[in-house]
Design a protein around this ligand. Structure first.
Ligand SMILES: C[S@@+](CC[C@H](N)C(=O)[O-])C[C@H]1O[C@@H](n2cnc3c(N)ncnc32)[C@H](O)[C@@H]1O
Ligand SMILES: [Zn+2]
Length: 565
């Protein structure tokens, strides 16, 4: 969708340029382009769609509760009415009253008001130009107001200007339609100048909490996570961007990754999924300190950053489950096979008396593998601990996808949104992935097609999906030994030039092993799915010359944050 036209009477002041995105327009100081990264339009589009759908789900839950409460009150009134009649000594009328008279009482007890759809408050902790907050206010109908915060005075000045430009500021003496009374219109985007953590800590008591918190920093979101998990309402939504993939998705700065996220990164083609799991680990353990737990709704690896949407709830019983949803991984330095070491284990028993499920938590046994890779004899590196549970809520992603499909014209990046959501919706919950093209490099063979490998895995009784994180990759519940048997079968018909492989190469050890079974590469009907037909547009189309995470704006503040890498 091309952006909407700017207001006809707009005169762009000297020293500014007009930037339009979707419904919204902002004025950017010409000398400070770092204020805005236009390539993040996909991030903002996705966020609008996810918050809308989260809001609809939250409203359905509230409506259901409201109806149940109404029913409960009506029943209470009904039994009170019956009791009153009995007390009056009119026992013989009770039956009739129960069906007639009390119905009138019940009706009377029902509130006359219809259910009013709920509205919610968003806190954008790091707003820069305010473009994201402006879009939320204009494009999400359930928004009551957005608090747009930034530490920089220049950013806040820009925000105030942009809020006014989009007619979202407070107005005195407004005349309501069909009335002559003059009222004050509160601002739909409320600008706050200050430190993000201080603002969020001010909102942490249950009556001050907000419904949605958005963290979109330069680099890591780590310094803001403790405050964010506390100031979001029960069932509220936390949206987090981290652009420090040098820390999260390489092994160049393991000490920094551990300091920021409480886990170690890994080297491997699935390093971006591990980045998502490290951020989830940090969110989950931070929330757990306050008796809260997270439900990942969508965890996406995009271009040069990760973007996560998680629901935050309160329950000590759920917090306990985290230890069994957290794992470290031994990652082979030769062939990238990995072995999971879950930190804790949970045993369940059903009470014969109550039928309730009881959970018993135990420390785990280990290690899960010997000190050398059983497939290629290389050493292991340790990664994690990190979140080992599901990355997404498939039902939620399905709803966001439906929303985008029904509103394609409302998003500038809708083809890419559909592509990524389609793949994420079908993604298996199993941890990490492999790509046949990459593995063919390790085996020094010509690459089997994705379809061939998918068919072979399905014929061997495993499940398979794509991964949204890397085009051409597969997720499966098959162990590495089964995947390698498929490759060992493949090279029987597609021989490898062994003379080109050094005697000491891990590949030689891999290749020389016999397959444990003979793979069947014939077409399997399950190998074609919606997501296998999606050609994932992984990178922004027509990237700009300064494409990438962007640099900090000239912020007008002396405060410095630790370097991102
Ligand atoms: C990447 S920009 C935000 C971009 C914006 N969310 C968007 O979608 O256009 C990060 C902003 O965080 C602000 N910032 C950095 N540290 C902060 C802090 N401790 N409190 C508040 N704002 C901060 C910076 O001034 C900068 O404007
Ligand atoms: Zn290995």
């Amino acid at each position: 969708m091309p952006p909407a036209d700017p207001p006809p009477d707009l005169i762009v002041p000297d020293g500014y340029t007009l930037h339009s995105e979707n419904t919204s327009h902002i004025l950017l100081p010409s000398d400070n382009g770092a204020f805005l990264n236009p390539v993040q339009e996909f991030n903002r589009d996705l966020s609008v769609a996810c918050i809308r759908v989260w809001g609809e789900q939250m409203d359905e839950t509230k409506k259901l509760k409201w109806e149940q409460e109404r029913e409960r009150k009506a029943q209470k009134a009904e039994s009170k009415a019956k009791k009153q009649k009995l007390d009056d000594g009119k026992e013989r009328e009770v039956e009739e009253l129960a069906t007639e008279g009390s119905e009138q009482v019940v009706e009377a007890a029902k509130p006359k008001l219809e259910y009013r759809p709920s509205q919610f408050v968003i806190l954008e902790a790091l707003s820069a130009t305010g473009l994201r907050s402006v879009r939320y206010a204009k494009e999400i109908p359930q928004v009551k107001y957005v608090i747009a915060n930034d530490l920089s005075d220049l950013a806040c000045e820009a925000m105030r200007r942009n809020v006014e430009l989009n007619d979202l500021h407070a107005k005195e003496d407004i005349t309501e339609e069909g009335s002559s009374t003059q009222i004050r219109r509160e601002a739909k985007v409320r600008v706050n100048e200050g430190d993000a953590c201080a603002l969020m800590y001010n909102h942490r008591t249950s009556k001050n909490r907000v419904d949605v918190v958005d963290l979109d920093p330069y680099g890591t979101a780590a310094p803001f996570i403790d405050a964010a998990v506390q100031c979001v309402n029960d069932g509220g939504l936390l949206c987090v961007t981290c652009t420090d993939l040098q820390v999260l998705a390489t092994t160049n700065y393991p000490e920094k990754c551990f300091a920021n996220y409480g886990g170690l990164p890994l080297k491997g083609e699935y390093c971006h999924e591990s980045a998502l799991r490290l951020v989830l680990h940090s969110l989950a353990t931070s929330a757990a300190r306050y008796g809260r737990y997270i439900e990942p709704l969508a965890s996406l690896s995009i271009d040069f950053y990760v973007r996560l949407f998680v629901r935050v709830k309160t329950s000590q019983a759920e917090v306990k489950k985290l230890v069994a949803n957290t794992a470290s991984y031994y990652v082979c330095s030769g062939c990238q096979s990995f072995y999971e070491q879950s930190l804790g284990k949970v045993k369940t028993s059903v009470s014969a008396k109550t039928g309730d499920t009881n959970y018993h938590y135990k420390v785990n046994t280990g290690p899960p593998v010997s000190d050398k890779c059983p497939e290629c004899n290389s050493i292991f590196h340790l990664a994690g601990p990190m979140w080992s549970g599901p990355l997404h809520d498939k039902n939620f992603i399905g709803k966001v996808l439906d929303h985008v499909e029904a509103n394609s014209d409302k998003y500038g990046t809708s083809p890419r949104m559909k592509g990524m959501l389609t793949v994420a919706k079908e993604e298996l919950d199993s941890v990490f992935f492999f790509s046949p093209g990459h593995l063919a490099g390790t085996f020094h063979c010509i690459a089997p097609s994705l379809h061939d490998v998918t068919s072979a895995l399905l014929h061997a009784g495993h499940t398979v999906s794509r991964s949204h994180a890397v085009a051409g990759s597969l997720k499966t519940d098959a162990p590495r030994s089964a995947i390698y048997s498929i490759f060992r079968s493949w090279i029987k018909n597609n021989p490898v030039k062994m003379e080109k492989i050094s005697q000491t190469s891990p590949s030689r050890v891999l290749i020389e092993k016999e397959p444990a079974f003979e793979a069947n590469f014939k077409h399997h009907p399950g190998a074609t799915t919606k997501s296998s037909a999606v050609k994932l547009v992984r990178y922004q189309q027509n990237p700009l010359p300064n494409w990438g995470p962007g640099s900090r704006a000239v912020s007008g503040t002396k405060r410095k944050r630790p370097a991102d890498a």
